[in-house]
Design a protein around this ligand. Structure first.
Ligand code: MD6
Ligand code: FE
Length: 210
């Protein structure tokens, strides 16, 4: 695997260009297979507002949001269990986080033109001390990250196809979001857009891990 420069962004570790183009294409094939088993769907908030990303998951637990709120669920909204997390992703996790238990949740976010993600903290997991690792594929995105307190100073950085971001330690509860994507900056996805894939230990550690 290629090793790009490692940047410290507000305590999060950004591995620029971690996946070379061949590994990005192989991972994309794996993600498309997950999408065939568990199609992307449009999550809505409790208030009924449609989120601008489309999502699906792999692993024992998948993140969903609907009129009942947001939470981890063992099944896709269609009722099928989530497919297993692709080995390609488990390998990245093991390489960068050898001391963490294996992830039991893999959330796939698809950003079409105009999609964004508001500033949030990831705190739906049972144990907030385990790291979260994300992989970006496709168009560039403008990622904004701050500290663990809302409303503090933030820093913006571009996440490009093949970049891997790890949020752990003090950065695990950092506020972060995607301000916008830059259409046409990558040719990896045939129809454009961006995929962000996050791996987590979502359930009680050890349980349901695969
Ligand atoms: C995104 N990423 O890159 C949104 N969360 O599209 C996240 O929300 C995120 O990249 C936790 C850890 C890493 C992430
Ligand atoms: Fe997040």
């Amino acid at each position: 695997m290629a090793e790009g420069p490692v940047l410290d962004v507000m305590g999060a570790m950004l591995y620029k260009g971690f996946l070379p183009p061949s590994a990005q294409r192989a991972l994309l094939d794996d993600i498309r297979a997950v999408e065939r088993a568990a199609p992307l769907f449009d999550p809505v908030t409790r208030s009924g507002r449609k989120m601008s990303v489309r999502i699906t998951s792999a692993g024992a637990l998948g993140w969903v949001s609907d009129r009942r709120g947001y939470r981890y669920e063992p099944r896709h909204p269609s009722g099928v269990p989530w497919p297993p997390i692709p080995q390609s992703l488990l390998g990245i996790w093991k390489e960068l986080l050898p001391d963490a238990p294996p992830p039991d949740s893999c959330l796939i976010n698809y950003y079409g033109e105009g999609a964004r993600m508001g500033l949030h903290q990831d705190r739906d997991e049972a144990d907030l001390t385990w790291p979260i690792l994300s992989v970006s594929l496709g168009d560039d995105a403008l990622f904004r990250i701050g500290g663990a307190a809302r409303g503090g100073r933030t820093q913006s950085v571009v996440l490009s196809s093949g970049d891997v971001l790890v949020m752990q330690g003090p950065a695990r509860l950092a506020w972060h979001g995607i301000d916008r994507i830059r259409p046409g900056t990558s040719r990896l996805l045939k129809n454009g857009g961006r995929l962000n894939i996050t791996l987590r230990v979502a359930g009680p550690a050890g349980e349901g891990a695969q």
